[in-house]
Design a protein around this ligand. Sequence first.
Ligand SMILES: *Cc1c(COP(=O)(O)O)cnc(C)c1O
Length: 395
Amino acid sequence: MSRKMLTDFSKTFGELRQQGLYKSERILTSPQGPEITTKAGETVLNFCANNYLGLSNSRDIIQAAQDSMDAWGYGLSSVRFICGTQALHKELEAEVSAFLGTEDAILYAACFDANAGLFEPLLGEADALISDELNHASIIDGVRLCKAKRFRYSHSDMADLERCLKESADARYRVIATDGVFSMDGDIAKLSNITTLAARYDALVMVDDSHATGYIGNTGRGTPEYHGVTGRIDIITTTFGKALGGASGGVTAGRKEIIEMLRQRSRPYLFSNTLPPAVAGATFKALAMLKTSGTLIQSVKDNAKYFRKMMTDAGFDIKPGDTAIVPVMLYDETKAVAMADRLLKEGVYVIGFCYPVVPKGRARIRVQLSAAHKKENIDFAVSKFVKTGREMGII
Ligand SMILES: *Cc1c(COP(=O)(O)O)cnc(C)c1O
């Protein structure tokens, strides 16, 4: 056996470590929540989970998952089209579709799979895919897997999107693909402009609302609700692994002919196992809780607003926005990493993001708020930001 690959890999790991890009995992010894304990024995406040509604360890969600296992079993040991579709899965598809205001929906093991399996069945060589440059990796992979001609526009730049639409004029079908909420800046796609351009140039619109479903918009239906364009988005993909309980699972919702084609041809759907009943049942419960409790959505919004205001008043450079993703801009890469390290020692778990995850010179600490944070948690985090910010000469 040649060991060249293995020694080359070891060299790469050394280089990654030197560049500060090596990813190591912090091991939790508690459930996910606003407060977590780690293997190092620390108890820290957690401001870096996608637990927007605080449902990851909710008693109601856990109970729903347990009830669902009792009623439907643990696993299906099958893909959907062989013997893996239960009434539960059909009910969840109908429920998600109704929630998102679409015609139909199809479940996947994850939103990554939903995106990876979306374009290839719909588009061929004669078609065009027009994509925001900051789209999520799973959309990019989905684009790579399909034969359509690719066009990329500068982030949220509508003039550049229009250029792509003009350049792709001879395509048979065209799809514009965008994240609903972009995870690094926490900004929302300009769906009013995008749907207007799509109508003018006869293109379909696909939105990945993973960072939005459950809490963006008045009733948590996501960025189409936020922009008042529900019904004008042809395809929505999203995850159950963030606001809606945080376990796993994804879905594509949209026009019924599109969903029907995905059921026939989408490879991650056809060749990967059915969503476990516990996850399906708990997701059902999360959607039900959204309908009956206005306070869940309001809490995460209030928390994000409060944190933004406190941090801005303290003199930090906060990217303005309407989401629970709050980038604290530091610009300098070493400062971002050093500050996140210090904050962790002070009991606040946040992550510094540097090049190549964000552009060079745009380093930041990304803070994510949850409905489960209490006001005193946020006050504590802000006080620690202020302490370390002063010590480091940032404010
Ligand atoms: C998190 C995320 C995904 C992946 O979702 P999973 O269900 O965890 O695979 C896809 N797209 C976007 C925009 C995301 O933020």
